[in-house]
Design a protein around this ligand. Sequence first.
Ligand code: B4P
Length: 192
Amino acid sequence: MNIILLGPPGAGKGTQASILVESRDMIQLSTGDMLREAKDSGTDMGNKVAEVMARGELVTDDIVIGLIREKLQGDKKGGFIFDGFPRTLAQADALADLLDEQGESLDAVIEMRVDDDTLIKRIVGRAEDARAAGQPVRADDNEESVKYRLMEYYKKTSPLIGYYYAKGQLKSVDGLGTIDQVKAAIDEALSK
Ligand code: B4P
């Protein structure tokens, strides 16, 4: 099974993807994690994306599509969870082509719905928790970047909701409950 977790920043895509990895032996492909790894390793590409990410802007399509293309060649296990990818219509078209090339298809797109106030509270809360624990704080986990990330989401990513709805692949879940409640809602959506 190959699925996309779609939703605004802080909707819990990464949180739920980690749970699906455990419960269904799937492979999590988080473009956010891949870009943060590139940034930390100080490669040319990493240096290029660091400032873009800190501002809360989207990284260019060619970079993220390249990262995903590489990962799709590897082990497939119980299938792929696309976490935070695609984020633009161009990325969605590229993903359809890449899956096609691998003889794979997309089974479902889970849209996680959370209101803006909760998203901002969660992300600012994550930064405060990290600071209190003496851990590194993500450069984009502050109110200013989150507001920009939300603007980018509504402008560039939310059109994907209609795109996948038209293909009959969209399943929307309430992302507002506890982590366990959201997990249950995703399991139910995937069972239909
Ligand atoms: P991501 O790493 O994808 O970050 P995100 O959208 O903030 O994360 P997510 O929705 O996974 O939230 P999480 O589970 O962590 O992207 C970061 C940046 O990378 C982007 O802004 C962009 O610059 C770049 N990028 C990534 N992919 C790209 C692409 N395809 N194209 C272009 N650029 C790209 O949860 C957040 C917090 O909420 C956590 O603290 C968590 O504990 C908490 N939480 C989760 N579920 C909860 C629940 N049910 N109740 C209470 N709290 C909850």
